[in-house]
Design a protein around this ligand. Sequence first.
Ligand SMILES: [Zn+2]
Length: 49
Amino acid sequence: MSKIRIACPNCGNTGEVDESHRGRRALCNRCNTTFVIEAPVAELSGQAL
Ligand SMILES: [Zn+2]
């Protein structure tokens, strides 16, 4: 399982979640904003889309 990088749309706080969480909601631990986890901001694994 690989991790994807996410960023809070409200405060910009970044974090990593498991790729399987894509499409689910995440809770920012800084501002408590709930947002949908979308495609990774930066793909570090080198996989083609
Ligand atoms: Zn936030």
